[in-house]
Each structure stands twice: as structure tokens, then as C-alpha cells.
Design a binder for this molecule. Structure first.
Ligand code: ITT
Length: 203
């Protein structure tokens, strides 16, 4: 296999998926490398639905084998929000700073033991004819009360891994790759892709 197209414009995701697939000799391209791609309206109410939609729309348009990835943060004290709205939590077009500010504001006064949260990630595989399947991964953590570190992206400076006493903002990306929701989903995605490649001659 030469390259896998990831149906995303998020540079943080592209970097992480590319890093994790590099040792397997799989190169990654994204929507940032392809002009004229259709707009994807993320109107699903689950990560699975959005991941599937991203993969199917782009696979149909390009004729390529595509990964759709949808992910986000579920905070228990917020009843699971921001969930599928994680990227636009503080409003349409909100940046990471604004999202993190709002998260801290909404959790102000919530004690440490009630700041439990998890990242979730769904990865879908599709080709020009159909959705092949969707897999999911998760990573448990807690929301810190101040930003710590600048590694990763999104909510990483606030996402604390209790066993390490460090946020994903502080941990090396290589460490994040051993325990993240994206790494968990990617392990399952690779099995799916392998089975798919055995059945088809797409690459
Ligand atoms: P695409 O739709 O183009 O893939 P997006 O950023 O809009 O890009 P999502 O709709 O899946 O992607 O939203 C994911 C958001 O969840 C992301 O913008 C972050 O705010 C958050 N998120 C997901 N994974 C994360 C991670 O590993 N570290 C930090 N934040 C993460």
C-alpha cells in the first residue's frame, strides 16, 4: 500500500496518524493535500456516524480508499459534553484557546475527583462503493484546573493522565501514541484495513 487518504483538515490528527503509520510504511495524505474536495456537513449525533460520513463522502468523490476520523472529549460533570461538538464547543470556528477557556469556566468549582473525562475516537474505512466498517477507541483521564504543556493539540494541555500525573500537553507525543484514543482506534483500524486489502485489490 502506498498512501492512505485521511478525510480530515485537522493538522494535529494528520500528524498523529502519520506518525503512528510511518513504522508500517504507510504514507498518509489528508484533505489539506487535495484541492476541490466536497464540504462535509458533520450532522451526526455520534462519533461513528460522523466518521462514516467523512469516509464515504470523500471515497465516493475521489474513488480512493479513505479513513474518516471523528473524535472528541466527553466530560462527566458536563453530562458528556462537548462530545461530537468538541471542535466547535465555544462556537462555530472557535480555536483551541477558546474551547479550553470555556471548559475551564464550565468546570470552575468542580473538585478534582469529579473532573473525570475521556477522549473518544471513531475511525471509518470506505471505498468508492461502500462503507466497510467503523471502529472506536477511548482514553480515560481528568480535566486539569490549569493548562499544562504545549504538546499535542486541542484539549491536550488540560487532559490529565492520572497514572502519569501529566497532561497530554506535557507528555511526549511518542507516549501519547502508546495510550491515546486515536492509538486505540488505529490498532483496530489496521486490522480492518488488512482484512479489506486481502479481499480487494484497491491499493
Ligand atoms: P476534521 O473534521 O476535519 O477531521 P475537526 O477538528 O473538526 O477536524 P472533529 O470534528 O473530529 O475534527 O473534532 C475533534 C475535536 O476534538 C478536535 O478539534 C479537538 O478539539 C478534540 N480532540 C480530538 N482528539 C484530540 C486529541 O488527541 N487531543 C486534543 N483534542 C482532541
Amino acid at each position: 500500500m502506498k498512501a492512505l487518504l485521511i478525510a480530515t483538515k485537522n493538522k494535529g490528527k494528520v500528524r498523529e496518524i502519520a506518525d503512528m503509520l510511518a513504522p508500517m510504511g504507510i504514507r498518509v495524505t489528508s484533505l489539506l493535500d487535495h484541492a476541490g474536495m466536497p464540504e462535509i456537513i458533520e450532522d451526526g449525533i455520534t462519533f461513528r456516524a460522523n466518521a462514516a460520513k467523512k469516509a464515504v463522502v470523500i471515497a465516493r468523490h475521489t474513488g480512493l480508499v479513505v479513513m474518516g476520523e471523528d473524535s472528541g472529549l466527553e466530560v462527566d460533570a458536563l453530562g458528556g459534553r462537548p462530545g461530537v461538538y468538541s471542535a466547535r464547543y465555544a462556537g462555530e470556528g472557535a480555536d483551541d484557546e477558546a474551547n479550553n477557556d470555556l471548559l475551564l469556566k464550565e468546570l470552575s468549582g468542580v473538585p478534582d475527583e469529579k473532573r473525570t473525562a475521556r477522549y473518544r475516537c471513531a475511525m471509518a474505512l470506505a471505498d468508492k462503493d461502500a462503507l466497510v466498517d467503523v471502529v472506536e477507541g477511548a482514553c480515560e483521564g481528568r480535566i486539569a484546573s490549569v493548562r499544562r504543556g504545549s504538546n499535542g493539540f486541542g484539549y491536550d494541555p488540560l487532559f490529565l493522565i492520572p497514572s502519569r500525573q501529566k497532561t497530554f500537553g506535557e507528555l511526549d507525543l511518542a507516549v501519547k501514541h502508546t495510550m491515546s484514543h486515536r492509538a486505540d482506534a488505529l490498532r483496530k483500524f489496521l486490522k480492518l484495513l488488512e482484512n479489506y486489502l486481502v479481499r480487494t485489490e484497491h491499493f
